[in-house]
Design a protein around this ligand. Sequence first.
Ligand code: OGA
Ligand code: MN
Length: 297
Amino acid sequence: MALATEETPSGLAISKLHPAIGAEVRNVDFSKPLTPEIVDDIHAAWMQHLLLVFPDQAITDEQHVETTRYFGEPEIFHQTIIKSKVVKEIFRVANTDEDGKLVPPSDPVQKQLSSTKIWHTDSSYRPVPATGSLLHGIEVSRTGGMTCFTNMYDVYDALPEDWKAKVEGRKCCHDFEHLSRITGGPKPTAVERAAMPPIWQPMVRRHPVTGRKSLYISPIYNDQIEGMSDDEAVAFVRDLAEFSGQDRFVYRHQWETDDVLMWDNRCTMHIVTPHDPSERRILHRTTIVGDGPVVAG
Ligand code: OGA
Ligand code: MN
């Protein structure tokens, strides 16, 4: 199907990928410095489409980090595992070690990464959660491993009235350690735990740029909701995630080598579909540190 393509003043070609979320952006090269006009047009498209796909970006990790800096400060992951030993801002979403050797699903790091098969938004356990993430496909999957993104503004707008009433004015807990409980992955060390204590955030948030309200959950970290038993809370978050995952809200991305995806963690969730674990899959992520606390909607 031919996609309508719009050209921005700086020359970017932007094509929508799904009615609810996602656009492909061409005519930009992340291996070179970006002009302020291009950065402004990317930012505007990002706010409009929530997820941008930049094909054919054969970049180094250093160029990936430099590109991230146009949009904020790159986060350095608080755990020693998963982040690159070479470029400290890179979070390795990979089933190989850094020497390129395949590691089995039973490996502790792989167990922790298996949480990406559940809907979530990155770094929501931080007191000031991440603004966005940029993910670079280095070795991509052919047996699955599609990354799917949902528009949480539209999800909020479409919530049944009784659920809307239930989330309005309510907070839920985001706890990094919850990951180890649901995946059987490594427990954070005492130092890592102290760096990321559980925090409570509004379940409805207002976006600082667009002003729109969205449902704010991150099911891999949510273990409690104000005024509910833990079982009730986990079940409600699961129901909300299932609602959020309906096709009408979701774009599914089939990766090509050197795609770079950039999403807004303040109004989306994402998930990866299963793939054959004996097939190598290597993606490198940077995460943009948040620039202000979550504002209740
Ligand atoms: C991530 C993530 C999903 C994937 O990088 O934050 O959740 O496609 N990745 O592996
Ligand atoms: Mn993620």
